[in-house]
Write a protein that binds this ligand. Sequence first.
Ligand code: PLP
Length: 404
Amino acid sequence: MDTADTLGPRVREQWTHAPDALYLNHGGWGSCPRPVLEVQREFQARLERQPAQFFRDLEGLQDEARAPLAEFMGADPRDVVFVPNATTGVSCVVRSLRFAPGDELLTTTHSYNSCRNALAATEAQGTRVVTVPLPFPLASESELIEPILAAVTPRTRLAMLDWITSPTGLVLPIAKLVSALKERGVETLIDGAHAIGQVPIDLDRVGAGYFTGNCHKWLCTPKGSAALWVRRDLQDGIHPWYVGHGANSTRVDRSRFLLEFDLPPTDDPSAYLCIPAALKFLSGLLPGGIPALQARNHALALRARALLCAALRIPPPAPDDMIGHLAAVPLPEGPAGTLAPPHPRSNFVDPLQSALLARHQIEAPVLRAAGRRILRVSAQAYNSLDQYETLARVLPGMLAEEHA
Ligand SMILES: Cc1ncc(COP(=O)(O)O)c(C=O)c1O
């Protein structure tokens, strides 16, 4: 059977999208299926029935969510804490570290704006952020590895690298990069916002200094659910963005790292408590569990990309094994003057993206990175080939219209 078409309408109905919507932007904010939303509602009801008891029980509930997540990420649960999102995870690490004037922090032109801003905020301490230009399209992973390593200097203190880049959907050879950087005395902070659920993760083996990743994207939990992993020897130096009850805890049965992050100010923890339910839901979609789902979504992303490349008359912009469940293709520039400066969370939306939604109910982001205008589609369990066929059919005409 075609691996890209193994899931049908019964699976799609598990999500709450409008029936005729072509939602091709799972990478944007994820999307949570009904059974997992129901589990979240149960947690919220339990919380409101007896809030004091719920928060007394919270540590046990956190451990119940942490254990399967850690196992899924190839990590020891003692090294994993919950944060609401990857932006917070990056900020906790970068704001905890102390830098000296002249220290260099390395990242790339494919990294995520809010996370690059976290690095830029350290410039007040006299640091310099070195943003390495990476190509797109590209023919091999060495086109990424070489410029990153060439940018290392004796002043480089930290590299922040995406496991999977946001605008271009490239799966970086992260283990190779982490170990090559370590050989040069540089710790890596992995921005794994797209990694959890999209690719196999083995954090103990990768051995980076820090990793953060969203569960609300490719693990399909409710929003506000992410993980922060810190290598054991570095944990004493990393703190939450707030100073909370854990800061003066006298408990010795747990590390200060866990105590500080597990006792946040009042908040709704139901999103990350749904991690076991989300893992169970995704594992049950195909007989081969999550690995089979990942293979299916990868195959579907490749098929989607092939359709778009044929429509645009371009070759594939990256090797097949460098993409996961996101497929990005470079577009011709729009007419002069219609493109405002890019910002992922500004109100600016590329006119093509707006027109795809307005005319065809297709939600697919048109982004900018590496000096290119890029169309990105996602492949999750609820997506099917016919959706990308529709996009590929209407795309050439819409691009032609832009220049008419
Ligand atoms: C690579 C990358 N890092 C960080 C983020 C930020 O995620 P969040 O808004 O959940 O913090 C995103 C979001 O798309 C992303 O793609």
